[in-house]
Design a protein around this ligand. Structure first.
Ligand code: THU
Length: 130
């Protein structure tokens, strides 16, 4: 699948977001090494702290389906600039997906490409557990 196709899917996935409080819709598409796609959107509840970001929905869905190796994630928001994953999502993506490519997409479909290593330098992971 091309970058352009994956950008379109991420923008479409954003439409599933449940964001009545922030009105800020985010869609994520995680690409596994098998080329399977896992979609996620942000989901907010009236107990605000229980909100979950699009990126974590996508990775938790993938891992729960048995997927373990990933290539990239495409993250699309409503903003007119590129939305980077929050700190919590960086930690979870780093631990569960490793140094994947990260495509941050604005509402018009423009994108900026980065990597998890760039977004989370010196990240904590299981190698530090003794
Ligand atoms: N959000 C995401 O889903 N992903 C991000 O990368 C940034 C923030 C969501 C969480 C919340 O529902 C809304 O955007 C505003 O923070």
């Amino acid at each position: 699948m091309t970058i352009e196709q994956l950008i379109k899917i991420a923008l479409q996935t954003r439409e599933s977001a449940v964001a009545p409080f922030s009105q800020f819709k985010v869609g994520a598409v995680l690409v596994a090494k098998t080329d399977r796609l896992y979609h996620g959107c942000n989901i907010e509840t009236s107990s605000f702290g229980l909100t979950i970001c699009a990126e974590r929905v996508a990775i938790f869905k993938a891992v729960s389906e048995g997927e373990r190796e990933f290539k990239s994630i495409f993250i699309a928001s409503d903003a007119d600039r590129f939305t980077p994953p929050c700190g919590a999502c960086r930690q979870v993506l780093w631990e569960l997906a490793g140094n994947i490519e990260v495509f941050m997409i604005d509402r018009s479909g423009n994108y900026q490409k980065s990597t998890m290593q760039e977004l989370l330098p010196f990240g904590f992971d299981k190698s530090y557990l003794i």
